[in-house]
Design a protein around this ligand. Sequence first.
Ligand code: MG
Length: 448
Amino acid sequence: MSARILVVDDIETNRRLLEARLSAEYFEVVEAADGLSAIEAARAHEPDLILLDIMMPGMDGFETCRRLKADPALRHIPVVMVTALDQREHRIKGLEAGADEFLTKPVDDVALFARVRSLLRLKVVMDELRLRESETEVESDALTLGGRIVVASTDGAAGQRIVDMFEAPFQARLTCEPLETLRHARTADLVVIDLTTARFDGLRLAARIRSDAETRQTPILGIVDSDDRAAMVRALDLGVTDVILRPLDPGEMQARARTQVRRKAYADALRDRLEESLEMAVTDALTGLHNRRYVVSRLRQNLDALERSGEAFAVALIDIDHFKRINDSWGHQAGDAVLKGFADRLRRELRAIDIAGRYGGEEFLILFAGADADDALEASERFRAAMAREPFQAPGSGEPVAVTVSAGITVGEAGDDVEDVIARADAALYEAKSSGRNQVIAWRRRAA
Ligand SMILES: [Mg+2]
């Protein structure tokens, strides 16, 4: 996986050292010597990851990190803090500043690349979401957010000690069986797996959580022994999101959990917005009316409301008469102009609560809320007359193009599905067409 990495350190030798090792792994490296130029470089180069020194003159790493994470344009970039001292306070302070990870100088290659790979994998997912969601900004200010935490350990006493490290607003629960863990993971914000317990394949459990569709996005914090570097690397490669080393420190445990929960809340919010924006993609590009998918989904809602509380509604299926002839004699541009003009007039004639959508090429579906067949007939007739009264003008020549419409009306009936309603409206429309066009006809049940 190639990526651009911003290396921030006030000492040139340190930068050169990291640069050499990262370049050897085919990472592209950008450098900055202090906090302010790091923020500038982050804006200019859009790195995939930032390696940030803590001790720097002027703005230190903590403050730099805080500023990066406060900037909506930069906060998604993972930050790894590089500290000379493996100090607990530094780690916690860094996590509170929004750092995603820590490395202790001198930086160990294996640890460095395992962390980098794991964070880059995560960033690929986040970028994908952000890309589709480029317009809206998602608040990730969830510092006060609690979270449901599932602790997995086969050692009951050790597991309970881990559970006890979490204070409110976290809610932690201990699970000692993998199936139990998997079940609770589905509603959890974080799963903590003790990878140090004997006769317990925590890595297999982590892989299961990663592969289950319902828990794929759930962060996993793995507990490993500080001297077991191989376990750490394997865990990160298998999709464990973060690793904490024994001996465990409750402050660090809470801080790491908070980071993971915050990140999940951010990703969830992005995902929700994405779904929302897909839902919003409901407009027909040419006419500006709703599209077919949307108008059909509203029709389905109307049927549900009818079923639930007897709310009546009527629909009209309206078709432009001889539309093909308009296209053939005046060209497609004229056809498009007629469709647009049709939509404008329709918008003028309809009530605010009526829903109009382009159902097919020159076919439109109107939903009249709370209306019976007579209401819909009257409204559609008014619209039909308005269309027939005033011709459109052909684009370019300005010559008048006479356009008439036909419409079929029906009302929603108990037990209908969408297809039933459309079929009746379509039958009435067919009747309007076959008996001369330029008219509105309501569907009537015929004796067989
Ligand atoms: Mg320094």
